[in-house]
Design a protein around this ligand. Structure first.
Ligand code: TGC
Ligand code: FAD
Length: 393
């Protein structure tokens, strides 16, 4: 959101949230916004329609500096969590699929290696992943184990010094374009993470087609059929679900910000459209019912942005808890869906056209509300924290 030059009131930054950001944070946001405006916005409707995403995009995002940007060392930028959140917000203001590419690369695949990998694994993989030369994916979900990853059937067993992995992963972002897959598997020692280069015999990643959401994003199945990897392919520092769940904390945090970005684009589109569209002899912006909708949408966008910023400040202070991330993910994605659906109606028939960004965001948000923990899962995390009673099982 832009700030009025004279320091006066700017309805695009209704609550003057810009004032709460540092110069550096505003600069990073401006850089990412400019990339999205030039490189994503003019093309993303076509990418969505044709269900493609340019193969060179990871390298361009690497050049922009957003891949693993909140991690330290190994070619990563080492920014604050808040700056990373602002980048996610701008990327998802363009399209959830582009933010997903960045989340999966930086918060899931790179973070898994950065947090749980050996020094050799970090040196080998992270610099190329930060530049986008090497694409990663993160395989946790299975056909019969999504919300309950503890029910995974993928297994890894030792064979001499090697490991043999058998199983299937489902709905894996970047799967078919990845050079390395972080695959979580059950072992006799607990859940462990394996770094599987995509050329490994027995590993295939067929793309999932016919999606009507997140079309500007590659989603795949991972098939592991007797995949043999050496001992140094296992992430040495974790052998429990804590490994993958710690990565989810990072990606969910980015979604808290991203959802606010998608909602902002829908609001801005609806405000513009309502001002231009005439019905019954006057702009629909001049009707009470549309103003009420716009006011509600603006409230949700501002509230979501403030919540994201608050969680960002907590994360930078080292105080952000998973339950708080759940509240942010649940609240902001639900708010964004509400804003997108309302915007879609304000645009009338144009609301179903890819000539406008709204239906694309609305459909994408149907994935965002499901992945990284469904709304139900996050409600149960919050409910468990409130009551002290765990209701999953
Ligand atoms: P539970 O028994 O509670 O815990 C098992 C172990 O994990 C630890 N733990 C956590 N650690 C770090 N962060 C968290 N948020 C954690 N939650 C739990 C826990 O301390 C324990 O550790 P240890 O060492 O004692 O073994 O686990 P549970 O089986 O009851 O499950 C809890 C539940 C349901 C909350 C969890 O399974 C869950 O979050 N389910 C949702 C799964 C999910 O979100 N999958 C997402 C897949 S990735 C994806 O969607 C990418 S989308 C692309 C994009 O991001 O753009
Ligand atoms: P299920 O777990 O089968 O849930 C079905 C329904 O039951 C949901 O409404 C759920 O809320 C509800 N439910 C489940 N448990 C309970 C309960 N205890 N109480 C009440 N209700 C409950 N996964 C990855 O590992 N890596 C990726 O990169 C990745 N990318 C994705 C990209 C896209 C586009 C999509 C759509 C998904 C992606 N996922 C990925 C998978 C995603 O994380 C899962 O879809 C999600 O965790 C939900 O699992 P599920 O689809 O199996 O639904």
């Amino acid at each position: 959101m832009g700030k009025a030059d004279d320091g006066g009131f700017d309805p695009k930054d209704f609550l003057d949230i810009d004032h709460l950001l540092s110069d550096e944070e505003r600069d990073i946001r401006a850089t990412v916004r400019s990339f999205v405006t030039d490189r994503v916005v003019p093309h993303v409707g076509d990418w969505f329609e044709t269900a493609t995403i340019p193969r060179e995009l990871p390298r361009e995002l690497g050049k922009l500096g957003v891949l693993g940007m909140h991690l330290d060392g190994y070619g990563c930028a080492g920014t604050s969590a808040t700056a990373y959140g602002l980048a996610c917000m701008e990327l998802e203001a363009g399209d959830s699929g582009v933010r997903s590419m960045v989340s999966v690369q930086g918060s899931l695949a790179m973070y898994a290696i950065w947090r749980w990998g050996s020094e050799e694994q970090k040196q080998r993989w992270l610099p190329g992943m930060a530049t986008g030369e090497t694409v990663g994916c993160f395989g946790l979900t299975e056909p019969d184990a999504g919300s309950d990853p503890g029910a995974m059937r993928t297994r890894a067993r030792r064979d001499g010094a090697d490991w043999i992995i058998d199983g299937r992963k489902m709905w894996i972002t970047n799967g078919s374009i990845a050079d390395v897959a972080v695959v979580w598997a059950g072992t006799d020692e607990g859940v462990r993470g394996f770094l599987v280069p995509s050329g490994t015999p027995g590993f295939t990643a067929p793309e999932i087609r016919r999606k009507l959401s997140l079309r500007a994003s590659v989603t795949s199945e991972l098939v592991l059929d007797g995949v043999r990897v050496p001992a140094d392919a296992v992430l040495p520092e974790v052998s429990s679900l804590r490994g993958p769940l710690s990565c989810l904390n990072e990606a969910r945090y980015g979604i808290v910000w991203g959802a606010a970005g998608a909602a902002r684009t829908c609001l801005e589109t609806a405000v513009r459209y309502a001002g231009e569209r005439t019905a019954f002899g006057k702009p629909i912006a001049g009707t009470q019912i549309q103003q009420q909708k716009l006011a509600h949408m603006a409230l949700e966008v501002n509230r979501a942005t403030l919540l994201a910023l608050h969680l960002g400040r907590l994360k930078d202070a080292g105080r952000l808890r998973p339950e708080q991330i759940s509240m942010g993910k649940l609240g902001n994605v639900n708010a964004a869906l509400d804003v997108a659906r309302t915007a879609r109606q304000i645009l009338g028939a144009n609301g179903i056209s890819l000539e406008y960004p709204v239906i694309r965001h609305m459909n994408n948000l149907e994935s965002v509300v499901t992945y990284e923990g469904t709304a139900d899962v996050h409600a149960l995390v919050i409910g468990g924290a409130l009551t002290g009673v765990q209701a999953f099982r």
